[in-house]
Design a protein around this ligand. Structure first.
Ligand SMILES: NC(=O)c1ccc[n+]([C@@H]2O[C@H](COP(=O)([O-])OP(=O)(O)OC[C@H]3O[C@@H](n4cnc5c(N)ncnc54)[C@H](OP(=O)(O)O)[C@@H]3O)[C@@H](O)[C@H]2O)c1
Length: 264
């Protein structure tokens, strides 16, 4: 199977590396294109099996899956450039471009020889460490094609099949969510420093704690409050801290932040 990734930036590069690291692909199966060479050279240095080119058409030609990973304002031009390579009904397009809907992508591809199955895929930056929360929405795809795309992204973390509407909200929870979670880490680390823990140690402690808390939820499939109950002794120090955070508007601040990011 040939996968062409158009755009070797943060997202395209991370997907290329993520795919290469799975060990499920061999030489020539992952091709990455980018206008300038330095990013491509870095990719090649990391994973020798990734083929690189500065020619988008050359990358997309003969590919089973084309991944569009350029900035939103460049996406239409790139689709125009490669659309003549959509010459087989089996070929699939994955767009990781935020904000560009299925109807826009279909419009751009209207005069392609064959209409591909289109997937909108929104990973987050943790894809570079194989821990992405990735949303997949499908349009004009068979069940088999959809299963394949979900499986590919499951190699690089958790992948969830959702509607286009949920994909857009999910992006706030998962892509912006990386920043929200890390702002908590920074805040907690700063508190730790004030309490006397060296900064680097405090950050590591909070990050590892967050990872452990997430694992508890995911492995136990539990509600956050169930896990919170296990550490809040009546009259104890955890509930004192939690209540103080709530007096300062913790839950409300998080919900308001999410709604602001979602434009609501
Ligand atoms: N970053 C995230 O967390 C995230 C999450 C979900 C979705 N996305 C989406 O992913 C897409 C890419 O974002 P990014 O953060 O990866 O941006 P990025 O780091 O700027 O990467 C974009 C890449 O596209 C290359 N490029 C520019 N013009 C091109 C062309 N005509 N043909 C082929 N490649 C071209 C750029 O090369 P040069 O730099 O050499 O010009 C750059 O390497 C965006 O549409 C964004 O909405 C990002």
């Amino acid at each position: 199977m040939k996968i062409a990734i158009i755009g070797a930036g943060n997202m395209g590069g991370a997907i290329a590396c993520g795919l290469a690291a799975t060990g499920h692909f061999s030489e020539g199966e992952i091709v990455c294109s980018n206008p300038s060479m330095p990013k491509l050279e870095r990719l090649k240095q990391q994973y020798d099996i990734i083929s690189v080119t500065t020619n988008n058409q050359e990358a997309a030609k003969g590919a089973d899956i084309v991944v569009l990973a350029v900035k939103p304002w460049l996406a239409e031009g790139v689709v125009n450039e490669i659309k003549e390579t959509f010459d087989s009904p089996e070929k699939m397009l994955i767009s990781v471009v935020a904000e560009k809907s299925f109807s826009t992508l279909r419009e751009w591809l209207a005069d392609a020889e064959c209409q591909p199955a289109i997937f909108r895929v929104i990973p987050n930056t943790a894809i570079s460490v194989g821990e992405s929360m990735t949303f997949v929405a499908a349009n004009g795809a068979t069940e088999e094609q959809t299963e394949l795309i979900v499986k590919i992204f499951e190699y690089m973390g958790e992948a969830m099949l959702v509607s286009e509407k949920i994909l857009e909200v999910g992006m706030v929870l998962a892509s912006c969510g990386i920043a929200f979670a890390l702002r908590y880490v920074r805040a907690a680390a700063e508190g730790g420093v004030e309490l006397g823990v060296p900064a680097q140690q405090a950050t590591r402690i909070v990050a590892a704690t967050l990872k452990g808390a997430a694992e508890l939820l995911l492995r136990n499939d539990s509600h956050p409050e169930q896990e919170i109950d296990k550490v809040t002794t009546a009259g104890g120090i955890t509930i004192k801290g939690l209540n103080e955070m709530e007096h300062a508007g913790f839950t409300s601040a998080v919900i308001r932040g999410l709604k602001a990011s979602a434009g609501k």
